[in-house]
Design a protein around this ligand. Structure first.
Ligand code: AMP
Ligand code: MN
Ligand code: MN
Ligand code: MN
Length: 284
C-alpha cells in the first residue's frame, strides 16, 4: 500500500481531552478529505463504537485506536494502539487500570495550585470533563484560561502543569511492556507517539526504541502535529533504521486549541512502510 494516503490516525474526543464528540470529529475528518481515520482517546476506548459507526455512515475507512500513557525511565511516553479488537478483555482491563489514578492525581494537582492562590481548580476542571475517569491536565488548563489566570492553554502548561511547577504531580502510568502487550495481543499494532516530544538523550531514545521493538512494537509516528518538518525526516530515518512502520496523525484536540487540523499534514515520506499496510485486514 502506498504512503500517499490521507490517513489521520491520532486525535481526541470528549471521551478523553478533546472538545468534540466522536461524530463531530468524523464529520470534520471527512470534510478535510481524510480517507482512513482513527480516534485515539487517552487510555480509553469508550468512543470506539460511535467513531466507527460515524465513519461508516460517511463512507470513511476506520481503524480502532487509543493512546496509552506509559512511564518509561521516569518520563511519560505515549503509545498509540491501532486496529485492535476493542472487546479484548486484557486490553479493556489494562486501560481501566491505567485510568485508575487520575482522580486522586487531579485532587493533588488542585492542592498544589491552591498553594499558589488558585482555588477550586478541581471543581473548575471538572466542568470541562466529558468522562470523569479521564480528568487530565488539559481540563485544568481550560479552567485556568476560562478563569483568566492565563491567556491560552500552552501558557498554563508552561507556568503551572509541567515538571517543577505548582500544579504538576508525578504519576506512575502503565509500563511500556504492558501497553505494547495489551495492544498486540488484541490484534493491533503499537506505535510510539510523537517521539520528538520526549526530549530524550540519544541513549534514552535508543533504549525506548529497542525495548519497544523487543516487546513487539511495530510502528512510530513520523508525520504528526507535534513534529517540525525537520523532525519528519529525523523520524523517517529512525523508522528505517529500527525497521518500524510509519504513522501519520494530527493529534487534533479542539478547533480552539489545536494548531494542526485533522487531515491536513503532509503525506508520509516515501520508502517507508505505512502502518496501514500492516493493518490492511483490520480496516473497517
Ligand atoms: P495528562 O494525561 O493528564 O498528563 O495530560 C496530557 C495532555 O496534556 C496531552 O495529551 C496534551 O493534550 C496536553 N498537553 C501536554 N503538554 C501540553 C502543552 N505544552 N500545551 C498544551 N497541551 C499540552
Ligand atoms: Mn491530550
Ligand atoms: Mn500524546
Ligand atoms: Mn494525543
Amino acid at each position: 500500500m502506498t504512503t500517499i494516503l490521507n490517513a489521520d490516525l491520532h486525535c481526541h474526543s470528549v471521551v478523553s481531552d478533546g472538545t468534540l464528540t466522536p461524530e463531530a470529529l468524523a464529520q470534520r475528518a471527512k470534510a478535510n478529505g481524510v480517507e482512513l481515520w482513527a480516534l485515539t482517546d487517552h487510555d480509553e476506548i469508550g468512543g470506539q463504537q460511535r467513531a466507527a459507526a460515524a465513519a461508516k455512515a460517511l463512507g470513511m475507512k476506520y481503524l480502532t485506536g487509543t493512546e496509552i500513557s506509559v512511564t518509561f525511565v521516569g518520563h511519560t511516553v505515549h503509545i498509540v494502539g491501532l486496529g485492535f479488537d476493542a472487546d479484548n478483555p486484557a486490553l479493556v482491563e489494562g486501560l481501566r487500570q491505567t485510568r485508575g489514578g487520575r482522580e486522586q492525581r487531579a485532587m493533588e494537582m488542585s492542592d498544589g495550585l491552591s498553594k499558589v492562590g488558585i482555588k477550586g481548580a478541581y471543581e473548575g476542571a471538572l466542568k470541562f470533563v466529558g468522562n470523569p475517569e479521564l480528568i487530565s491536565r488539559t481540563h485544568f488548563a481550560r479552567f485556568l484560561v476560562e478563569s483568566g489566570v492565563c491567556k491560552e492553554t500552552n501558557e498554563v502548561f508552561r507556568k503551572f502543569l509541567t515538571e517543577g511547577k505548582p500544579g504538576f504531580v508525578a504519576h506512575r502510568w502503565a509500563s511500556l511492556k504492558d501497553a505494547v502487550t495489551w495492544i498486540t495481543q488484541a490484534g493491533g499494532v503499537a506505535v510510539i507517539a510523537h517521539p520528538a516530544r520526549y526530549k530524550f538523550t540519544a541513549n534514552e531514545e535508543f533504549a525506548l526504541f529497542t525495548e519497544f521493538k523487543a516487546h513487539g512494537g511495530q510502528g512510530v509516528e513520523v508525520v504528526t502535529g507535534s513534529h517540525s518538518v525537520a523532525e519528519y525526516q529525523i523520524y523517517a530515518d529512525a523508522a528505517r533504521e529500527y525497521g518500524l512502520a510509519a504513522s501519520r496523525g494530527s493529534d487534533f484536540h479542539s478547533p480552539d486549541e489545536s494548531h494542526t487540523e485533522l487531515g491536513t499534514l503532509p503525506y508520509l515520506p516515501g520508502q517507508l512502510t505505512p502502518v496501514w499496510e500492516l493493518l490492511a485486514s483490520r480496516i473497517q
